[in-house]
Design a binder for this molecule. Sequence first.
Ligand SMILES: Cc1cc2nc3c(=O)[nH]c(=O)nc-3n(C[C@H](O)[C@H](O)[C@H](O)COP(=O)(O)O)c2cc1C
Ligand code: SF4
Length: 439
Amino acid sequence: MSNHLLFENIDEPGLNTLDVYRARGGYAMAEQALAMARDSIITALKDSGLRGRGGAGFPTGLKASFIPQGKMDKYLVCNADESEPGTFKDRELIQKNPHSLIEGMIIAAYAVGANKSFIFIRGEYQQQAEILEAAIAEAKEAGLLGPNVLGRGVELDMWVHRGAGAYICGEETGLLDALEGRRGNPRLKPPFPANQGLYQGPTLLNNVETLTAITYILKVGAEAYSAMGVEKSSGTKLISVSGNVKRPGNYEIELGMTGRDIIYGLAGGIEDDREVLLWFPGGSSSPVLTKDDLDTPYDYDSLAGAGTMLGSGAIIVADDRNSVVDIAVKTASFYKHESCGKCTPCREGTSWTTKLLKRIQSGEATPMDLDVIDSVCDQIQGNCLCVLGDAMAMPVSSMVRKFRPQFEAHIESARIANEQRLLAELDEQEPVLQGIGAL
Ligand SMILES: Cc1cc2nc3c(=O)[nH]c(=O)nc-3n(C[C@H](O)[C@H](O)[C@H](O)COP(=O)(O)O)c2cc1C
Ligand code: SF4
């Protein structure tokens, strides 16, 4: 079932302005929250069952409860890097309803006692960064941000920080390094950001959609929110559907509907009524599924049970006109390019996998190279500082395992094509060679 919560009124003209947002009841939840005990907000988040929407699906209330109490400086950071290929839901939220994010951040910051907050937004989202800046300025002017939020004696400053365009800056500790002005390199964990994050201080770091959902959880109540979706995957989720579908775009769904209902229902089915070859259920780093998996319920546990993950909620569909070899090359090349190089299995493994896949693509491989790829991917997984290495190894090894006959057929046909091309070249050179022989 499709259910609008975060996307309620999303296409209303002017919703990005404070006047229209307030006319629709905006900031009433921030007012309500600031009159509540901080603990009871965290309890509501736990009761709602909300899980982080940035990719890892970690329980949001639990993460907020890790922030230590006390008078030290604490920070709230919003991850608006949205760098996972196929993901474009945060962009729409920010562009059309920036105040719902700001309101969620006011509530979250108050709950953990943070009085400085940052929105780290990917460099390419210039328009969205400007929309956020304008919304923050309006909120400051109206006393919703600043030294005395809503006249309640609570202080909260908010800044927008634009990234310089690196996938790794979406990883939470790489993001913190970048926010501090350094090259975005992941940090060793623990310590986790909740204890030692920005400027070494306790930091609550959440995705745009997660923070926005907080506003709506208070609006409908934790119980009603947890009743949506399915057990352990409660509430609604914004999903970005792209690839060979008739109606690509962002949709808000209740977790638990099937992949088929999403791809054939909401997204209108496959272009030119072709068959599904494969689909990534959670961005390009999720292991791929096939047309046989279309009836898998779209929730955290069911997708984990199918050997994949919900990730950022980005469904990328490839129809049967695509070559799985080309998709694997493209996927591996992206992660090779984005690897920060800090640890060997990821730096070397993404590079070697890409080389091997390109060798397969150009007809210079043997089926044994498929086993080498599988082994390289195995050695990357679980052996890196962050999960970027796994983000390449998981989808690539899933493609190699599920589509081995297609890979082998490509190796053979590309080898034959290469041989024929070489023979033709030799034929062309024959008169020259004969001429040389006659000298
Ligand atoms: C390589 C890599 C890239 C990531 N990119 C993003 C991103 O663009 N946006 C995001 O919210 N989380 C991203 N994450 C996940 C974050 O590290 C972090 O788990 C998330 O922002 C926490 O917020 P949440 O609990 O609200 O999901 C990425 C993780 C990795 C390993
Ligand atoms: S896994 Fe890759 S991106 Fe992550 S720290 Fe290691 S080298 Fe860098």
